[in-house]
Design a protein around this ligand. Structure first.
Ligand code: GDP
Ligand code: IMO
Ligand code: MG
Length: 423
């Protein structure tokens, strides 16, 4: 029995949702450890197709306890919508999702401020946030001006907190010419949330500790990928939390010594949504084909994703920073019809060769150095074993494995749950 983490090792949208859904089959607990409803995790299983945002991808296994942990920021309105949608599609009540009382509340003003702050940024400085209020909410958390899920349970305390922060929040809103809020309005919103979610707000520490110490199977589900990590990603074009395994330990309240496996999810090519440098981005027909064939449009915002070849330098950095023990390589099938496939193995920056990933300003000036592979030019979507894969696809996978010095344990060849090769 073990504690395993699933993290994105690119710019997000690597296919974490489908891998968590698969691994959750024998997980007793799934913990979403950071981020909020900026996530868009697609899960396709026998119950239907779901775009999950804040609900952990273990929700479909009724025996799995799902926890939205202390490291997250929660918008209870979108959580309610998401649960309603799952209940409508599956015809079953969702009763296995709990929220740690330390999780921060995304308030209506956070969303408004997110949009307004983004609109003040010049084109070249735009982060392209999901406008879900993530940055403003984590900012309030860091400046001790946040509201937490547990605050909903104590009306007097909640009112005193709202009173404390409202003046400043309204000043910020006024600065941007936005609607301000009254104490009663916010109290009313919070009362609605308490009514619906009050009994699901828990102190997760004793429950998680018991699960860890009794050797239960626990899965830690990350959002986004390391390239948009607040410390180690392409700052300032990052999210406001840490989608790494270190973030998993912190957000879930599980010490590093308990982590067994770190599954790094990596797409067979790459995508990025939002601003910032992205060295292998393609502006040609290959980029358009990756987007079309891979269906690369945001689950949360519907935006077309920027597409490009696999960046092994960035992935190597990600594997090291996360201590990835196993890789899950997704969307191999998307490359089925490409005659030539490239991977980035280094960069040229200001006339100098870089074999490692430098910080943002250098990435802005980096030109990728590629190696080219022959494509396999046949359909892999029906393959269910390693042996069934065409040799050239195996060569591609083995080269990635060699370069990243990390075992590729899962290979997906389609979005459905069973379109997965275990190796
Ligand atoms: P996440 O945010 O990391 O969970 O990833 P997303 O759900 O945002 O993006 C992954 C997309 O690729 C979703 O539309 C999935 O249904 C789809 N997908 C996942 N694995 C595969 C695969 O192996 N092949 C194909 N063709 N699509 C896949
Ligand atoms: P999943 O979990 C892809 C990007 C946004 C923006 C930056 C900051 O599905 O991989 P934020 O709203 O977090 O303040 O935006 O991060 N971003 C994502 N990109 N997938 C996601 O989630 C993302 N969540 C945020 O586009 O550039
Ligand atoms: Mg996504």
């Amino acid at each position: 029995m073990s504690v395993n983490a699933v993290v994105g090792v690119q710019w997000g949208d690597e296919g974490k949702g489908r891998i968590v859904d698969y691994l959750a089959g024998n997980a007793e607990m799934v913990i979403r450890f950071q981020g909020g409803d900026n996530a868009g995790h697609t899960v396709i299983n026998e119950l239907g197709k779901f775009g999950l945002h804040i609900i952990p991808s273990g929700v479909f296994n009724p025996d799995t306890m799902n926890i939205v942990s202390a490291g997250t920021v929660v918008n209870f309105d979108t959580m309610a919508g998401e649960i309603d949608n799952i209940e409508k599609i599956t015809g079953k009540k969702v009763e296995n999702v709990f929220i740690d009382r330390r999780a921060h509340l995304i308030m209506p003003y956070h969303q408004l401020l997110d949009g307004a702050e983004e609109s003040k940024r010049s084109d070249s400085q735009k982060i392209g946030t999901t406008k879900r209020g993530i940055g403003p909410c984590y900012s309030d958390k860091a400046s001790r001006m946040g509201l937490r899920a547990g605050d909903l349970l104590d009306e007097e305390w909640l009112r005193s907190r709202i009173r404390l922060l409202l003046g400043k929040k309204n000043r910020d809103l006024e600065y941007y010419g936005l609607k301000t809020f009254t104490e009663d309005e916010l109290m009313q919103k919070c009362a609605q949330w308490k009514e619906r979610f009050g009994s699901y707000i828990i102190d997760s520490v004793p429950v998680v500790r018991e699960a860890v110490e009794s050797g239960k199977n626990i899965l830690l589900e990350g959002q986004l990928g390391i390239m948009r990590d607040n410390d180690w990603g392409i700052y300032p074009y990052t999210t406001s939390s840490n989608p790494t395994v270190a973030g998993a330990c912190n957000g879930a309240g599980i010490a590093p010594k308990y982590i067994d496996k770190v599954y790094g999810v990596i797409k067979a090519y790459s995508t990025s949504v939002g601003g910032g440098p992205y060295m292998t981005e393609l502006f040609d027909e290959d980029g358009d084909r990756l987007r079309d064939i891979g269906g690369e449009f945001g689950v949360t915002t519907g935006r077309p994703r920027r597409c490009g070849w696999l960046d092994l330098v960035a992935a190597d950095y990600a594997c090291y920073m996360n201590g990835v023990t196993d890789l899950a390589l997704t969307k191999l099938d998307v490359l089925d019809s490409f005659e030539k496939i490239k991977v980035c193995t280094g960069y040229m920056i200001d006339g100098e060769y870089y074999s490692y990933l430098p910080d943002t300003a250098y990435q802005e000036r980096a030109k990728p150095v590629y190696e080219t592979f022959d494509g396999w030019m046949c359909d892999t979507t029906g393959c269910r074993t390693w042996d069934e894969l065409p040799q050239k696809a195996k060569d591609y996978v083995l080269e990635i494995e060699k370069r990243l010095n990390t075992h590729i344990t899962y290979i997906s060849v389609g979005p459905e749950r069973d379109q997965l090769i275990v190796r």
